[in-house]
Structures are given as C-alpha cells and as structure tokens.
Design a protein around this ligand. Structure first.
Ligand code: CMC
Length: 379
C-alpha cells in the first residue's frame, strides 16, 4: 500500500457526485449541468434546492409546492427558540449558536426516531425542515442579541426575502431581496469543499442527517473556509481606518506572512466565477448608494494580489462588501453561508447514503515503533 501523503487531500478523488462540477482552469462552476451564471441570474434559491435534491429543475407547479412546503417549516419550536435566546444572551459566537441550534432541531423533528438513517424520503423531509429553519434561528439570534424580539417567519415571502424580513422586521426592497437570493444560489454547492466532506464523513458511518449537518456547520466556521467572508470585511474596514493606502496595507500584511482573506483557492487557478457575479453586485449596490468606496478598494486589492502574488479572489471576497452594503452585520456573513450551503450538504449526504462506504483513510505513522515500557515511578 502506498505511503505517499496527500496533504490536505489535494487532488484526491474520493467519491462520485452528480451535484456540482468545477473547472478550476476555466473558472467554471455548474450545478447538475446548469451554468452558475444562468442559475444566479434566473433561478431562486428554492429552485436550486429542488435541482440539487431532485436532480432536475422543477416545473412551475412543482416549484410552487416545494416552496410552500419549505415555507410551512420555517417556525422554530419554543424550546429551540429559548436555546437561541440563551445563546444570544451568553454572547455565543453566531456560528457556534447555529451549530448548537441545528443539533437541537433533531429533538423536535417529527420523523419516526426508528426510521432508517439512510431513508431518502425521510431525509428529504428532514433536510427541508433544517434548511427552512436555519434562517429563522440566525435572524432570531441577531434580534435577541440586539435586544429585540424575534420576528416570526412569514409564509407568503420567498426564502431569501423572508430572512431579510425576519432580520430587520421590515420587508426588503426588490433589489435587496434579489441580491440576497442570488447570493444564496451562488453558495449552495461547491464540490467536496471541507464542510461538505465533513458531512459526508459523518454520514458514511450511517450516523443521522442532523449529525452530518452539525459536523458541517462546525467545519464551515473556520477562517480558511466559510469564516473568510467576515474576515474580508474586517480587513477592508481596517485598511480604511489605517489611512495607509490599500497597496501599502496589503504589502505590509504579505511581508508579515499574513494571508489576505478572500484570495486563493484549492481548486480555482483563475478568478472564481461566483466572485465575478458578486463583484458586479457590490458595484451596483455602491452605485445605488452613491458610494463605491468598498467596491473600489476591493478592486484595488484584486489587481494588486493578481500582479504581486498571482492569486485571484474567491467567493468570499466580494460577498463581504455586498453584504456590508446590504446592512448585514459582519458576524452573520458565515451563518448566511451556512444558510445556503446546507442545501449542498444535504444533497451530498443523500448521495453518500445512496452508495455508502465508510470513509476511513490512513495516516503515515511517523512516531517511534519501539519503546520499552517504563513504570510511572521511574519516568
Ligand atoms: N494570501 C496570501 N498568500 C496565499 C493566500 C492568501 N489568501 N492563499 C494562498 N496563498 C499562498 C500560500 O502562502 C502558498 O504560497 P507558498 O507556496 O509560497 O507557500 C500558496 O499560495 C499556496 O497556498 P496553500 O495554502 O498551499 O493553498 P491551499 O490550497 O492549501 O489553501 C486556501 C487554499 C483557500 C485555504 C488559501 O488560499 C487561503 O488560506 N485563503 C485565504 C482564506 C480564504 O479566503 N478562504 C476561503 C476559501 S474559498 C470559499 C470557501 O471555501 O469558504
């Protein structure tokens, strides 16, 4: 057996998947054959969920039924809401709060506890409930933390629109609702990224869907993955406040050996196609508000990083200034990523259950193979 170590599993193909495909040299991303640009500009998040979970785009009637069934599941059980309240009052990190609350959802899920963990129909229903409820718990967390009462979800609004409504207790205008819906579509799936892989590892033991999604939330939280979007905005603000000038600030950071958040990718060698679309949105929002400062600063960093390091922006780079200009608190950017990627996680877990084999790699042992036992009093 080969002892070659593939650090970070780079380039290792561990599963077959029909969900999404990335061409890292062309900067191309597709979900089940559809170009991400087409989906972002035309499909709603609910439509993309249907595509990912059922394998094809829904008809008008199918989409209406599916969206309605999602909207029906938005409310949280009182006990879950109570826990969200306690977490917000304890000043818990938002991603940790999402992780705890998602785990707790299983206690109130109405499916038969004795159902096979791999039952596709059961998991589709459970997955729909989890996906419908994550926005409610993120919005409730934010409201309670700010000293406000949570806003009850509305069934007559779409997934994206309803989230913004619950967040601000105000219906968003069309531009905000569409921009947010597009952001959810763009983040829904992305091959075997770390959090998706984490959900697959958990489900490969035939553990249940809630456990798989809880694992994934924990994995997404890190700054090398989903946590990067919040750090991008912190960086932009720091540059702005430093008075140093963008290039000097970035240069100093690179000299210190720091990573510039929102740049680099394991799979893309060129600009992430999602960053292109979100860059346009960031610019549009800046123009509409009469202040393109954040967009311009981002473009300056993009050009500098390209020239100095040969690195291109990933999805997190322009989502940061887009969300900021939408008035979303910075520490909710990663929970929003989770709100969207949960759709992809569920799709991959369904695939894993359908063709399961335990995921169990090996390590190349580098420790000692021969030590003589020393009794504790003689050490
Ligand atoms: N800033 C500065 N240098 C970088 C960066 C960066 N953001 N990313 C990679 N590099 C350099 C790195 O120092 C290394 O250089 P050298 O070979 O001279 O040591 C080279 O590029 C390759 O980096 P790597 O760490 O081997 O690449 P990786 O595939 O293991 O890591 C990554 C990929 C995304 C973790 C990394 O690019 C990174 O840390 N980026 C910043 C965090 C970030 O934006 N994460 C979001 C990823 S995309 C969306 C998501 O999944 O959430």
């Amino acid at each position: 057996m080969s002892e070659e170590v593939k650090r970070g599993l780079e380039g290792v193909v561990v599963a077959e998947s029909g969900l999404s495909f990335i061409n890292g040299d062309e900067g191309r991303l597709i979900y089940r054959g559809y170009e991400i640009e087409d989906l972002a500009r035309n499909a709603s998040y609910e439509e993309v969920l249907y595509l990912l979970w059922h394998g094809e785009l829904p008809t008008r009637d199918e989409l209406a039924d599916f969206s309605e069934s999602m909207a029906e599941e938005r409310e949280l059980d009182e006990d879950v809401l109570d826990t969200v309240r306690k977490l917000a009052e304890a000043d818990e990190q938002p991603m940790a709060a999402v992780r705890t609350a998602v785990s707790m959802l299983s206690a109130y899920d109405p499916e038969d506890a004795d159902a096979e963990p791999t039952d596709r129909e059961v998991n589709l229903r459970k997955g729909r409930r989890i996906t419908a409820k994550v926005p409610t718990l993120v919005a409730a967390f934010k409201r309670i933390r700010n000293g406000n009462d949570p806003v009850e979800p509305r069934k007559d609004l779409g997934h994206a629109e309803n989230f913004l409504y619950m967040l601000n207790d105000e219906e968003p205008d069309e531009v905000l609702a569409e921009t947010f819906d597009m952001a959810l579509v763009l983040h829904a799936d992305h091959g075997l990224n770390a959090s998706t892989f984490s959900s697959m590892v958990t489900s490969s033991t035939l553990s249940d869907l809630h456990s798989a999604i809880t694992s994934a939330v924990g994995t997404l939280a890190g700054p090398l993955h989903g946590g990067a979007n919040a750090n991008v905005m912190k960086m932009l603000k720091e540059i702005d406040e430093s008075g140093k000038g963008t290039k000097t600030w970035v240069d100093d950071a690179l000299d210190r050996g720091d990573r510039i958040m929102g740049f680099g990718h394991r799979v893309y060698n060129v600009k992430d196609p999602r960053a292109k679309i979100l860059g346009e949105k960031s610019e549009e929002l800046g123009e509409a508000a009469g202040d393109t400062k954040w967009y311009e600063m981002s473009v300056e960093i993009e050009e500098y990083m390209r020239d100095e390091k040969g690195l291109a922006p990933n999805v997190d780079f322009y989502s940061a200034s887009t969300y900021y200009q939408m008035g979303i608190p910075i520490d909710l950017y990663t929970p929003i990523f989770a709100m969207s990627r949960v759709g992809g996680w569920i799709g991959h877990v369904l695939e894993q259950y359908d063709d399961n084999r335990l995921i169990r790699p090996r390590a190349k042992y580098t420790g000692s193979k021969q030590e003589d036992w020393v009794p504790i009093d003689e050490r």
